[in-house]
Design a binder for this molecule. Structure first.
Ligand code: UDX
Length: 448
């Protein structure tokens, strides 16, 4: 029997939001498969299901969130509260772990844990950051000060489509800022994350270097620390369940009954929310397209409602089985299914890279942060999707679905995403960019 190589322990501090837990656990699995022992440090809030990962050691820290803080409405507020309440518990935990494991290699933290740099410095342990956005968004975030100084972040609606001189691929409305009641709160987050990145020992990205070569050069100029582009993470490890919501597996048997590439899959990820009127416009747009659709409506994601109770009476029956609405789906399997032909998405980076890996073209409906940058790259730079340009009207959605799934324009878009999927496969193979970059990351960690 092959014995496991024994490399030192890595402490991995996950961030308790779905779009972060996924790439954090994928990275943990990648490093475990390469012989490292993994101790996952996590908060009580949104704590992972530890029984799904019997090969890791888990340490829970008390985050002290009150009930109202845990039922947040402003995600940026939640990030700050967590970053302030976890300082002492994380410090105590790290101190204890380091005394028990003096030969540990490093700490890997999600970039949103911006407070950690002081502590890791104090304890003299290298800190590597897992940055869960792509490099195009990373570059845009890195220019935050200039964009703020020039007033672009508080621009009038009339300038929404003007190009950004400092970021030629983007329009003003694509700048990656946050929906938060207090703009200073978004600025504080940017400052915290930038300071933490600058003082880190290195940054890991779930990206494919070959698709963002220029952006990597720019990123290295802004943050002269070692960077490792080792994505797509989910293609390196077996699918593991770290879903905070239960995935509805009936999606797959429903897809089995549909024609190849006929279904539009719609999901706005784990945080974005919409209002009632947008929800109804999407519903009618999907129905009127007359294409089968699989739609994830996360409970609580429509402001002021529990789930889909505001759909008009008879709507579901009128679909005659052509549409299925679920609370949460096994997304990676859905995108890989032969029946899935397009993805109406909020353009979170995990969703985007998962879609590229299955060559599923997209319809972009971004909300906040990096999603806006990703959407512009999908529609205008890579040209692998259509952009709704903030028009959530039923006719716009109906036309976009039809164009993507049934027109020659849609066929052209599909042709352009195929080589990207191939690049995503090739980069993981012997000699490919992600293959080499992972070897460098491992050698780097072992050099500490
Ligand atoms: C957010 C940001 O949008 C994203 O860009 C950032 O990098 C992380 O935080 P989120 O809004 O959740 O993430 O979107 P996304 O990055 O797409 O991640 C969602 C994850 O949930 C994906 O891995 C997706 O496969 C999974 N998912 C989504 C499901 O498993 N089931 C679903 O029904 C929907």
């Amino acid at each position: 029997m092959k014995t496991r190589e024994t490399k030192p322990v890595i402490f991995l501090f996950t961030f308790p939001l779905q779009g972060h837990l996924n790439p954090n656990f994928q990275l943990a699995n990648i490093l475990f498969n390469r012989g490292f022992s993994i101790t996952v440090i996590h908060t009580e809030f949104n704590s992972p299901n530890t029984s799904d990962f019997p090969h890791f050691t888990f340490v829970s820290i008390p985050d002290g969130l009150s009930e109202s803080e845990a039922n947040y409405t402003d995600v940026i507020d939640l990030l700050h509260v967590l970053n302030s309440k976890c300082v002492a518990p994380f410090g105590d935990c790290l101190k204890r772990l380091l005394s028990e494991e003096p030969t540990s290699a490093c700490v890997i933290v999600d970039a949103l844990w911006y407070f950690t740099y002081d502590l890791t410095e104090k304890f003299g342990i290298p800190r590597i950051i897992n940055r869960t956005v792509n490099l195009s968004a990373f570059v845009a975030f890195s220019k935050f000060h200039v964009l703020r100084e020039k007033g672009y972040l508080s621009l009038q609606e009339s300038h929404a489509d003007s190009p950004v001189p400092e970021l030629p691929c983007l329009r003003m409305k694509d700048l990656p800022w946050f929906q938060t009641e207090d703009p200073r709160s978004g600025d504080k987050l940017q400052r915290g994350v930038m300071k933490s990145l600058k003082s880190s020992s290195g940054i890991v990205f779930n990206v494919i270097e070959d698709l963002e070569t220029e952006q990597l050069k720019e990123s290295l100029k802004a943050f002269p620390v070692p960077m490792f582009c080792i994505g797509p993470f989910h293609r390196r490890v077996a699918a593991s369940s770290n879903s905070l919501l239960t995935q509805d597996m009936t999606c797959l048997s429903w897809l089995d009954k549909q024609e190849p590439r006929s279904v539009i899959y719609a999901s706005l990820g784990s945080i974005a929310s919409i209002d009632e009127s947008e929800f109804l416009e999407i519903a009618w747009g999907l129905r009127n397209s007359e294409q089968p659709f699989l739609w994830v409506v996360r409970p609580g994601s429509i402001k002021g409602t529990e789930w889909i109770e505001i759909l008009p009476k008879g709507f579901i029956e009128s679909l005659e089985g052509k549409g299925k609405i679920v609370k949460w789906a096994p997304q990676i399997e859905v995108l890989a299914h032969r029946a899935t032909g397009g993805f109406l998405t909020h353009c979170g980076w995990n969703s985007t890279i998962e879609s590229i890996c299955e060559a599923v073209p997209m319809i972009c409906k971004p909300s906040f942060g990096d999603q806006r940058v990703n959407a512009r790259y999908i529609s205008d730079v890579w040209k692998i999707g259509l952009h709704l340009e903030n028009k959530t009207e039923r006719l716009v959605i109906e036309n976009a679905v039809r164009t993507l799934l049934t027109s020659s324009q849609g066929e052209e878009i599909r042709k352009r995403i195929m080589p990207m999927k191939e690049t995503a496969e090739k980069c993981l193979k012997l000699g490919g960019s992600s293959y080499r970059n992972l070897e460098s990351l491992i050698a780097y960690i072992l050099s500490f």
